[in-house]
Design a protein around this ligand. Structure first.
Ligand code: ADP
Ligand code: ASP
Ligand code: MG
Length: 409
């Protein structure tokens, strides 16, 4: 007998028939003698709609009330799955985040799980029942509902697997594993049997939304055996593993992209010590994550331009913060653009191989794609380009690094 956490994403619970399909899978695992904790997302599209409602109510809204609204989708699916399981004769009950409880900090909209009290869930399992837990949500110390950021149900699942000392965490989704890039935009993407925690972490943080970044970090930290597999087909998925379990390592193992980026340029900033710090301190205070940063050479030694990226969702707030500091910072102009994409090549093999970045630049140049910002780390190279060229860039890079699957005869 194993203890398994099974997480099903939005498409997998998209309507009652699909929820019944999930119930069938869960019932099979129970019949095989396993203890099962299920973590669910909201029906596909629901969370987007709830986010839209908040925006329509007020573009800049109270994050605590945002969480109250967007956490609502998961309540529906966990109740429905419990009903379907009971209908099949499988004892089950639903749990909202606060009922477990899953305790988080109070960063509403992007909360981090701090502690999971396993007593109630353990009692549920000991009583021979399936525990069906709402993903994506928790409760802060002040009793308010929190959410873990978009895609957060993956993190709920891995965190529960770690807390409950589960034997594994199965993440069921609408693709049958992790691919060399998003199979929806590159039909010749290849499925990986295994990927290292490190590469998956990088791919996720660079936009491959198949797993939320934080879930991979938790899986790595606690050594949770995590696999990504299809909700709809019975076939092996992709196992996320330690580097020692990978026999042959490619130099580049995947290409990721993220459209959720925006670029801001502060033009004509006075060039003197402390200016950059004064520029970024208020953004940090507003909880806005700045990612790539470039400072141009100063014009006549008196002024400089600083370009950086922020999450697209935070662009409006970032611009507001900087406009309110215009007098103090003494910059000439503020230029911003949400219509950009970050494209990245990822691979642990880059540590020992040169030329990865220059191949990326050559490939994009061949396609006439202008690079606006570049950043590199040990195992990735990222560029910001015009969003219009997303597909073209990802496909060209996928071929250039030899990742395309062979054409089927
Ligand atoms: P769920 O609702 O099940 O959590 P998501 O939409 O969050 O599903 O994540 C699955 C999607 O991730 C896939 O449909 C696919 O388009 C996208 N994706 C992006 N990059 C990759 C990748 N490298 N491998 C697999 N899927 C990817
Ligand atoms: N329903 C949430 C979202 O759409 C959480 C998730 O799907 O993981 O972001
Ligand atoms: Mg997801």
């Amino acid at each position: 007998m194993a203890r398994i956490v099974k997480k099903f994403g939005g498409t997998s619970v998209g309507d009652v028939d699909r929820i019944r399909n999930v119930a069938t899978r869960v019932a099979k695992a129970v019949a095989d003698g396993h203890e099962v904790v299920v973590v669910l997302s909201a029906m596909s599209g629901t969370t987007n709609q709830l986010v839209e409602f908040c925006r329509a109510a007020a573009p800049l809204h109270d994050a605590r009330e945002y969480d109250t609204v967007v956490a609502a989708g998961e309540q529906i699916t966990i109740g429905l799955l419990s009903i379907c399981l009971q209908e099949m004769g499988v004892p089950a009950r639903s749990f909202l985040g606060w009922q477990v409880p899953i305790r988080t900090n109070d960063v509403h909209g992007a909360a981090r799980i701090e502690e999971i009290d396993t007593k109630t869930l353990n009692e549920c399992l000991a009583g021979g029942r399936v525990a069906v837990v709402a993903g994506f949500q928790g409760i802060a110390d002040d009793g308010r509902i929190t959410t873990l950021g978009r895609g957060g149900s993956d993190t709920s699942a891995v965190a529960l697997a770690a807390a409950l000392k589960a034997d594994r965490c199965d993440i069921y989704t609408d693709v049958d594993g992790v691919y060399t890039t998003d199979p929806r935009i590159v039909p010749r993407a290849r499925k990986l049997d295994k990927i290292t925690y490190e590469e998956m972490l990088e791919m996720a943080s660079l936009g491959a939304k198949v797993l939320q970044t934080r879930s991979v970090a938790l899986a790595m930290k606690h050594g949770v055996r995590t696999q990504v597999l299809s909700s709809f087909e019975d076939k092996p998925g992709t196992l996320v593993v330690g580097e020692d379990e990978i026999v042959e390592q490619e130099v580049v193992s995947g290409i990721a992209y993220s459209r959720a980026e925006a670029k801001v340029t502060v033009v004509g900033l006075e060039d003197r010590p402390g200016q950059v710090s004064h520029l970024f301190a208020p953004l940090a205070a507003a909880n806005i994550n700045v990612d790539m940063i470039v400072q141009s050479a100063s014009e006549n030694g008196t002024s400089t331009d600083v370009t950086f990226t922020v999450p697209e969702d935070d662009l409006l707030r970032a611009v507001k913060v900087l406009e309110s500091k215009k007098e103090e910072l003494k910059y000439r102009d503020l230029v911003y653009n949400g219509n950009v994409v970050k494209v990245s090549v990822v691979g642990v093999g880059m540590r020992s191989h040169a030329g990865v970045a220059s191949k990326m630049f050559d490939t994009l140049a061949d396609k006439g794609i202008n690079i606006q910002v570049i950043s590199t780390s040990e195992i990735k190279v990222s560029v910001i380009i015009d969003a219009e060229y997303t597909e073209l860039a990802v496909r060209a890079l996928h071929s250039a690094y030899g990742l395309d699957a062979p054409v089927k005869a």
